[in-house]
Design a protein around this ligand. Sequence first.
Ligand SMILES: C[S@@+](CC[C@H](N)C(=O)[O-])C[C@H]1O[C@@H](n2cnc3c(N)ncnc32)[C@H](O)[C@@H]1O
Length: 243
Amino acid sequence: MSETKIEKQKKIIAMFDDIAKSYDITNRILSLGIDRTWRRDSIKKALSLCRDQYLRIVDVACGTGDMLQFWYDGSNGREVDLLGIDPSSGMLEVAGKKLNGLKNVKLYQGMAQNLNMLDSSSVDIISIAFGIRNVADLQESVAEFSRVLKSGGILLILEFMREEKRGILNRLMKFYTTKILPLIGGIISRNYRAYTYLPNSIKDFKSAEELSEILKRYGLVTRVKRTYSAGIATLILCQKEIK
Ligand SMILES: C[S@@+](CC[C@H](N)C(=O)[O-])C[C@H]1O[C@@H](n2cnc3c(N)ncnc32)[C@H](O)[C@@H]1O
């Protein structure tokens, strides 16, 4: 990573450390809990693409552990081995408390750009929810996802992505994320900056089409692309090419 990217990445991680304790409550209030439906549905769709009864699942940018909990609850009788990876010790601390006692769930401090704790072709599913926007080097991370996934393995990306459409709903959404969200998020977390970062990072991130193109270059072929709640969140499910 270049010096600028390293600095940018450090700032992002420090920001999550700072808001870690209030992250869950702020998130639930700001999303009115709708994110639970998105998470549950995307996991269901990912599992429908996998046939094995035993699955090794890695949740990158696991934050406070919500996706891990949903994977655990939604595994539908399959045996799952879950690993959550995140660079923020603050977020991992909250996740550790929340997931304490769950069988086969481990947490690891690390970044998407460097998954050296995982062997090549060793993972059935990687998920990254509202995390890929925060990764300073997108291509390095995608290369790592492709390396560690087994042939035919699934990558689940759930994210707020830039929308090209300019409908009324889109304008309302923009108003909410740029005006309301920083205000409410800022008050609860006492970190206004962290919640102005969100709309800016969405604006600076790729569209679903651009991201799919990048993923394809690394052998990750998009199988499912859909949006939730009138385009607020986007799900991309990719499969690593079978060779
Ligand atoms: C918006 S939170 C999402 C957390 C969780 N996935 C969820 O769905 O609630 C973004 C997370 O990305 C993590 N993050 C930031 N940079 C990262 C990187 N380079 N690699 C992996 N995770 C990163 C942050 O520490 C934070 O926990």
